[in-house]
Design a protein around this ligand. Structure first.
Ligand SMILES: [Zn+2]
Length: 125
C-alpha cells in the first residue's frame, strides 16, 4: 500500500512538473470547452508514463465529464471543437465523452476528426 502511495505521489509530481507547460499550451483555458473555472491538469492515460500529449488542462465541469458524467446537449456542443486538437488528451478524450451520446452529428464529427483511427473504430463500432 505504501508503495502504491509513493508511485502515485511520483506520478503527481511528474504531472505537476508539466503543469506550467500545459497551462501555457492551453492559454490558461479549458482545452475542451474554453472555460477558465477550476482549471486542473487531467491525466488521459493514467496507466502510462505522464507526458504532455496525454495531459490536458480541463475545467471542473469537463473533468466531471471525463470521469463519466453524461454531457447534456449544450455541453456536447461546447466541447466539439476539441476534436480538432492535435493533442490526444484533448481530441481523443473529448471524443470518448461525446461518443456516449448517440446524436447523429456527434458520430459524424468523430468520423471527420483526425483522432487515431483505432480509437475511432473503438468509439464508433
Ligand atoms: Zn471545460
Amino acid at each position: 500500500m505504501a508503495k502504491g502511495y509513493l508511485a502515485n505521489k511520483d506520478r503527481l509530481d511528474t504531472i505537476n512538473q508539466f503543469g506550467k507547460e500545459i497551462g501555457k499550451r492551453a492559454g490558461f483555458k479549458c482545452e475542451w470547452c474554453g472555460s477558465k473555472e477550476d482549471l486542473r491538469t487531467w491525466d488521459y492515460r493514467p496507466e502510462r508514463e505522464p507526458e504532455p500529449a496525454t495531459l490536458a488542462l480541463l475545467c471542473g465541469r469537463c473533468r466531471d465529464l471525463a470521469d463519466g458524467r453524461k454531457p447534456d446537449l449544450v455541453e456536447l456542443r461546447s466541447i466539439r471543437d476539441a476534436l480538432w486538437s492535435d493533442i490526444p488528451a484533448v481530441a481523443e478524450g473529448a471524443a470518448r465523452v461525446m461518443a456516449t451520446c448517440k446524436e447523429p452529428w456527434v458520430r459524424e464529427a468523430i468520423e471527420e476528426s483526425f483522432i487515431d483511427e483505432e480509437v475511432k473504430r473503438e468509439l464508433l463500432g
